[in-house]
Design a protein around this ligand. Structure first.
Ligand code: NCD
Ligand code: ZN
Ligand code: ZN
Length: 419
């Protein structure tokens, strides 16, 4: 064995002392005790599968002043995330096969494994579906992405070259001009617009979608009724229109009222949804502009798991729910041998010392954008992170290698696993 990691493992749905044996980047054995010269002994540490983040914007190409594949993947590693799925709203957008192939070369500098979405639209071609991990369908408009509302044509494209497909669901006809503050933004892109979009698309007979960033319980229910899998974000779970964030809190879909946020949290606890970050870094200068001009989106790839691990320590969410939402279910949805502490899976692990609970401050930020909407929130950052068998974080410091990450290609549409 190349490495044995020892600690309190999240195994078979609970925590138990044990060892993970790793060889050639794979988990080859899980047992109470395992012998090996190279061992990482982490008593009292909770060891979970490496996080899988199904929704990040690493801004390459075109906006590398906000993030790039190296800085973004490094931030992911610091947060215990060893796989990310990147979005196509770059400059240029990932629309043609040549765009995707160029992006694949750029992404080779990633320190953790990754997948890439291609943009679904009128010029989509089968070869793009074969080479990309999945489609991203902007049915509603968002930062750097125009809406594509031709449902009939989208249905045709998805029927002839199907792939895992993530949907940005906001009904364009219900969206208004941007408001001047968080409350106004919530009203301008109303909570009903998500359910309306999901419902309309489902009624046209499009199956097997994955709904991004559901901001309300209603959107989650509607996705479930349609048989779609669904994602919630850390920001919609923890921040609301009462947050003191101004333009930094502007995001699509918007942060909602506290009462809506509480209902979303409850529905998330009930199970089914995955948690993604929708890590959407913008510079502080851009966010400091007048609210109406500030671009929508906020970072979160490195805060997602640490904040949820702190909430688990406080008893606000069971750890099984955190592992399911952040690691296991994303792996299952994408059909990958990742996201589980199981023999035969990739050796992606994150180790957390519950005694290292702290409040997030500016010093915690590794993302190139240099800010976080989670200042003051409690978090447990992982002390050690293993990505496909290699240590990328050791005692909280980055020890990873540029280019260690590997591309994960075409993923099929999930068959019938709803939200
Ligand atoms: C995202 C971005 O900035 O790329 N912004 C956002 O408000 N969520 C785009 C998106 O996910 O819709
Ligand atoms: Zn979106
Ligand atoms: Zn997004």
């Amino acid at each position: 064995m190349d490495l044995v990691v020892e600690g309190r493992l999240f195994f078979a749905g609970g925590l138990t002392d044990g060892c993970v044996g790793i060889k050639n980047g794979k988990i080859v054995k899980i047992a109470k005790t395992l012998g090996s010269q190279d061992r990482l002994s982490l008593p009292n540490h909770i060891i979970i599968p490496g996080g899988m983040d199904m929704h990040v914007h690493f801004r390459e190409p075109g906006m590398t002043h906000k993030e790039d594949f190296y800085t973004g993947s490094k931030a992911a590693a610091h947060g215990g995330t060893t796989f990310f799925l990147d979005m196509p709203n770059t400059r240029p957008p990932t629309k043609y096969l040549s765009d995707l192939m160029e992006k694949r070369t750029m992404a080779e500098k990633s320190v953790v494994d990754y997948g890439l979405h291609a943009l679904l639209g009128p010029v989509s071609k089968p070869q793009l579906a074969e080479e990309a991990t999945g489609w991203k369908w902007y049915y509603g408009p968002s930062t750097g992405a125009e809406a594509w509302t031709d449902i009939a044509m989208a249905k045709e494209v998805l029927a002839s070259f199907s792939s895992f497909t993530t949907l940005h669901a906001e009904e364009p006809s219900l969206l208004d001009n941007p408001g001047t503050d968080l409350v106004g933004h919530d009203l301008a892109r109303p909570v009903d617009s998500e359910a309306a979009a999901i419902d309309k698309i489902a009624r046209e007979g499009i199956f097997g979608l994955h709904v991004a960033h559901c901001s309300s319980a209603q959107a989650l229910y509607t996705a479930k009724r349609a048989g779609y899998s669904a994602e919630v974000t850390l920001h919609h779970l923890l921040l609301d229109t009462g947050s003191d964030l101004g333009g930094y809190g502007k995001v699509n879909p918007p942060l909602r009222k506290k009462i809506d946020r509480k209902a979303l949290w409850q529905t998330f606890l009930d199970g089914g949804s995955v948690v993604a970050s929708d890590h959407a870094p913008h510079t502080m200068d851009e966010k400091e502009q007048e609210f109406q001009l500030a671009p929508a989106g906020m970072p979160g790839v490195e805060e997602r798991l640490p904040v949820l691990m702190a909430l688990a320590k406080r008893g606000a969410v069971p750890i099984e729910r955190v592992v399911d939402a952040c690691c296991e279910k994303p792996g299952r949805l994408l059909g990958l041998d990742k996201g589980r502490l199981t023999e035969g899976c990739d050796a992606d692990l994150a180790a957390f010392d519950p005694r290292e609970l702290k409040e997030i401050n500016e010093g915690c930020v590794n993302s190139k954008c240099g800010w976080t909407p989670y200042l003051g929130q409690e978090a447990i950052f992982p002390s050690h992170v293993v990505a496909r068998g290699k240590l990328v974080v050791e005692k909280g410091s980055f020890v990873g290698e540029k280019g260690h990450g590997r591309y994960v290609g075409h993923a099929d549409a999930p068959s019938g696993e709803g939200a």
